[in-house]
Design a protein around this ligand. Sequence first.
Ligand code: 3PG
Length: 207
Amino acid sequence: MARPMILDGQPFVPVIVLDDAERAVPVAEALRRGGIRCAEITLRTPAGVEAIAALRDLPDFIVGAGTVLTPEDVDRVVDAGARFVVSPGLADDVVERALALGVGVVPGVATATEVQRAVRLGLDRLKLFPAGPLGGLGLIRALAGPFPDVRFLPSGGVSAANAAGYLADPNVFAVSGSWMATRELIATGDVDAIERLSREAVAAVSP
Ligand code: 3PG
């Protein structure tokens, strides 16, 4: 049985790349209107940390950080208000710093060896990255054999077309991706499209 964590109840984790931190609040509000109440703000742009800070007090919204590569990154994003951190891969020092600071941590894994190492670090929620090229649901089913208590966050190649299929798998706790808030939609300020794509994603998995 997986332990509770901050992303419980959030089936979609949008991966947000912001070129301008001032876009953070309108984008998050559009996601929220569409029924998505969290986002992973990546550190791929210099605006990332400032954007996290802009969202830390947004009501009914959980802000996290993505592309977190070092313990120093963990410190920076937690100071800014991030409540969970996501990494593309598995780095023990990043996981340990996040656990020490009491924030959610979802490192990326791509192999059984990495799952095994993450489990030894005390984790049972892991990002599968890049999920599509690695084999998607087929790989998740295969990993669920030896690791039945691990639940995955597939990321990379998740789309409106395959999100519901991933979420129907018992070893998937949420999906992440950029399709409902692409860098282009963010850059052009198309919050109506972000809201619509979010609403469609949520509707596709609602009973
Ligand atoms: C990423 O690395 O940007 C995330 O995994 C999202 O990937 P996507 O753009 O394929 O959704």
